[in-house]
Design a protein around this ligand. Structure first.
Ligand SMILES: *[C@@H]1O[C@H](CO)[C@@H](O)[C@H](O)[C@H]1NC(C)=O
Ligand SMILES: *[C@@H]1O[C@H](CO)[C@@H](O)[C@H](O)[C@H]1NC(C)=O
Ligand SMILES: *[C@@H]1O[C@H](CO)[C@@H](O)[C@H](O)[C@H]1NC(C)=O
Length: 112
């Protein structure tokens, strides 16, 4: 697993999470899955759900790069984003991005 990438942003700015894979065979666009993973306090572990390209989220894939663009970043968007890429051979890649807002505390007790 690749290390977690940390981003600090400010409220209402645009955040672009970008990842380029080096892969042969090349993944298809449907092989890139962006997820948001939050700690569910009631169950005490990380819950991930797939993000869809709508609202203030935009997913783009060009060649081997995928961007997740979050426009008008709000407090609710704070947290952990995981891009999973597979190419049908071997394990999927999982790249984690942790996005926080400057000055707002984010508690991530499960992974820290
Ligand atoms: C996402 O961004 C791409 C490229 O900028 C654009 O063509 C597309 O319409 C956008 N999708 C949404 C849902 O905004
Ligand atoms: C990702 O964002 C960067 C920075 O804005 C841009 O240069 C690049 O073209 C984008 N790539 C994709 C796949 O949208
Ligand atoms: C990435 O995550 C998927 C499912 O969450 C898992 O099956 C896979 O083994 C992980 N890949 C690596 C390299 O850890």
């Amino acid at each position: 697993m690749l290390s977690e990438l940390n981003f600090t942003t400010t409220l209402h700015s645009t955040v672009i999470l970008s990842f380029t894979v080096i892969s042969n065979p090349e993944p298809q666009p449907s092989d890139y899955v962006w997820k948001k993973c939050d700690v569910e306090e009631s169950i005490g572990h990380l819950q991930c759900f797939s993000l869809v390209d709508e609202g203030h989220l935009n997913v783009s894939i060009v060649d081997l790069t995928s961007n997740l663009t979050i426009s008008d970043f709000i407090q609710h968007d704070i947290g952990r984003y995981v891009l999973t890429v597979q190419n049908g051979v071997g394990d999927a890649w999982n790249q984690t991005f942790l996005v926080v807002i400057k000055g707002i505390q984010y508690v991530s007790s499960i992974f820290s």
